[in-house]
Design a protein around this ligand. Structure first.
Ligand code: TRP
Length: 334
């Protein structure tokens, strides 16, 4: 049997180039070697999204993203977290093996506490328990399937360490029940710069979307910040925000040729931006059409997600049974 790779795509809207290079593409590539599971953690989003239609729509967007980028639902497994009740049962069990101090130190929670303190508010102001126990639910997402590897961005590294910590604590008490997962973090694409040169992120408003209409892709690309070197000046490609994106999308020989031209002089930033626009168009136009078609047909997405959930639950059932047996609660009628 193949080892399991699993990752979750938070339902937070249509993706940008930074998501694609940092997380989506590497995750999809793992399907060659692993049995891959991709899911949408919609119940995680409930810690912050309070609008029913928005949550449902964001969930479809996340599913359509995976499918449009080439996830094959006959080979890989794609599902919605909320279709797997076993996750929430395991989350309770794991919470009993999670030191509260471990969660106190989790970045996302700690950042809000620190902010509250800095602003003179009560330290747990506006923090719900779901936000606090978010890492436990995430550990359940992973451990329920005997996952070996979890492709994630650097921002999730601490969550993976918490997951491993919880699993090791559980196993220390009951023996080798849970598989200890490894994070897979691709260093070379860790930080894709946004159009202002800072890390590409929705919160910085500096993103290049991948499924937006062509003019909405073109506009931010043409605004990418560069230095003021003239076309004939030699330039350092590794200092250029346009090249930093181009090099991950273009063919190897094209990248090498551009690198040479940068170093030699004779390349205008304006031209390079136009080339990047064209490259984005050829790279993503088919996927964009597929994405739009799927978003126009949520029934189709639902069908795929429900089928995926069935397959995922088949993998989960024996693992949850092992956990129940290990701790000594009911194992049901045998
Ligand atoms: N916390 C992840 C994020 O914010 C999403 C997520 C939830 C996840 N459960 C997961 C990622 C399990 C990998 C594995 O992006």
């Amino acid at each position: 049997m193949k080892q399991i790779a699993l990752t979750g795509l938070k339902p937070s809207g249509s993706p940008h180039i930074g998501n694609y290079l940092g997380m989506l593409k590497p995750s999809l590539e793992l399907a060659e070697k692993f049995q891959a599971l991709y899911f949408i953690p919609d119940y995680h989003a409930l810690t912050t999204v309070r609008d029913r239609e928005q949550l449902a729509n964001l969930t479809y967007q996340a599913a359509a993203t995976w499918l449009a980028l080439g996830l094959n639902p006959d080979e890989e497994i794609i599902y919605r977290q909320s279709d797997i009740p076993e996750v929430f049962e395991l989350a309770w069990v794991l919470s009993c093996f999670t030191a509260k101090g471990l969660l106190n130190r989790a970045h996302a929670y700690k950042a809000i506490v620190d902010d509250n303190i800095a602003e003179g508010r009560e330290e747990d102001k506006n923090i719900n328990v779901g936000l606090f126990t978010y890492p436990v639910l995430m550990a359940a997402d992973i451990l329920l399937f005997g996952t070996h590897v979890v492709p994630v961005g650097l921002d999730q590294q601490q969550h993976l360490e918490i997951t491993r910590d919880i699993a090791l604590t559980f196993n220390a008490n009951y023996g080798d029940v849970l598989t200890i997962p490894e994070a897979v973090i691709r260093e070379e694409v860790m930080t894709i710069p946004g159009i202002d040169g800072r890390k590409m992120s929705k919160s910085y408003n500096n993103v290049i979307p991948i499924f937006a209409p062509s003019n909405q892709v073109r506009k931010p690309v043409m605004r990418i910040v560069t230095d003021s070197k003239r076309p004939e000046d030699p330039k350092d490609p590794d200092e250029c925000n346009i090249f930093a994106i181009y090099r991950h999308l273009a063919a190897t020989d094209a990248v090498a040729a551009k690198r040479e031209l940068y170093l030699k002089g004779g390349l205008a930033y304006g031209e390079m931006k136009k080339e990047l626009v064209a490259l984005l168009e050829t790279t993503f136009s088919e996927q964009r059409d597929r994405y739009n078609a799927l978003m126009g047909n949520p029934d189709e997405i639902n069908k795929i997600l429900e089928k995926g959930a069935e397959k995922a639950r088949d993998i989960a059932a024996p693992i949850l049974a092992k956990v129940r047996k290990a701790v000594g609660v009911s194992v049901g009628a045998q």
